[in-house]
Design a binder for this molecule. Sequence first.
Ligand code: GRF
Length: 211
Amino acid sequence: MTCKLLVLISGNGSNLQALIDACASGQLNADIVGVISNVPDAFGLERAKRVGIPTAVVDHKTYASRADFDAALLQRMQQFDADLVVLAGFMRILSAELVAAYAGRMLNIHPSLLPLYPGLHTHQRALDAGDAEHGCTIHFVTADLDGGPLIAQSRCPVLADDTAQTLASRVHPLEHALYQQVIAWYAAGRLRYANGQAVLDQHPLEQPVQL
Ligand code: GRF
């Protein structure tokens, strides 16, 4: 059975595009059943619409409280009846209740080598720290911001003349390839979440897989 993906975005959606392309080419045996954005003019919505993927907007600015927004988002998410929720540049913190509804069925990509630099401005923080390496991480989503069990990472060197922008543009293609691989594991039933850990091919991952 084809794995049904629901992708949540807030912006450009280059990770979404990579997944659309991978599904279309058959490289990834999965189906994107919907895209939800909390930002009404997110370009990623256009990317979905032009290939006929159903989209929805749940605009956080139109809700009085975080709890109201999360309740509306959860309701909309459930309508898509997805197997796996993929956060791809989704810039809202989700409540514990929403996360619990998708325990073990929600992934996030973060542009740093977690546990380094949870939160924002990761590229600048890696530069400021003088790191020799930087990269991206995919993890299962838990109520801890960018803190759920790590699954896989890709890394790249930090060069002497890097800016946050050049570093981001080196990390982005790594993100695209990494997400495709990790979702392929999930879709094939090789990756799951058990007892607070990521489990790949029956082995709990003590360290994220390096790709
Ligand atoms: C990516 O760097 C992702 O890791 C971060 O937000 C960015 C989204 O980029 N969470 P895009 O919208 O997929 O182009």
